[in-house]
Design a binder for this molecule. Sequence first.
Ligand code: GDP
Ligand code: K
Ligand code: MG
Length: 295
Amino acid sequence: MDKQHKAGFVNIIGNPNVGKSTLMNAFVGEKLSIITSKAQTTRHRILGIVNGDDFQMILSDTPGIIKPAYELQSSMMDFVKSAFEDADVLLYMVEIGEKALKDERFFDRIKNSKVPVLLLLNKVDTADQELLENQAEYWQELLPTVELHPISALTNFNIKNVFQRIIELLPESPAYYPKDQLTDRPERFFVNETIREKILIHYKKEIPYAVEIETEEFLEDEDIIRIRSVIMVERDSQKGIIIGHKGSALKRVGVEARKDLEKFFGKQVHIELYVKVNKNWRSDARQLRRFGYNG
Ligand code: GDP
Ligand code: K
Ligand code: MG
């Protein structure tokens, strides 16, 4: 091998629903991050790792840029802050039609970033040529020093070029993780996120934001994985809604999560779900840490 090995951390930031998870998945080529049409799905810092013979790209999909309103969200802001600190390349993603943030501090951060920033204008598949040109001009005027790339994470438009450009920008470094490792999160985390995705799809919006999931058991046998997960809610009334009439709603979550997990692990999965009331998990800082928000 003549070429030097490159490796580094690539952080994707941007508002909810601009397509960060979709881009990460396009890069990684595996469904490691949770994608839904509702905002604020990705509350954790998830890493996907893309390996080549002479590179390793470690991607993190940070939550959206959200103003701190209560503790959970301020913990999310910490992730956004750290995106500027531990990245080797920063991807600032915006979507067609999006107006720039009014937050001057954020814009100054982008302009003064010591880390190279690529501005990714996503969802160009939804725009005609004129709109695309307008949008590109708009962003280029706001951030003249930042390299702009129009992309479509969904249809893979310009994804290869951006990928190559990121590799160019990565520093020379040995790999940080073993090359056969797809994610640094344990299987339980993936189980939790899969269950949470089903809850996001099937319940009205106040429910998903009131739940937290913990997988208490993950036992892998030769041909079956046995999983037991608890869905934590804040109130008894929410418990009732989650369970549904004669358990039908909870059953649907379990069946759909099982199907996804069987696909992902390539094995038969048995999943047992139950619901527990745990008042105020949201504002309890210790609880937040336990669920992984602070580290
Ligand atoms: P995130 O919140 O930034 O992680 O956004 P997601 O990746 O979850 O995407 C939010 C929604 O936008 C989903 O419905 C995606 O399918 C959709 N989306 C993402 N990228 C594109 C794109 O390039 N074109 C179109 N038309 N939709 C996209
Ligand atoms: K989302
Ligand atoms: Mg996301």
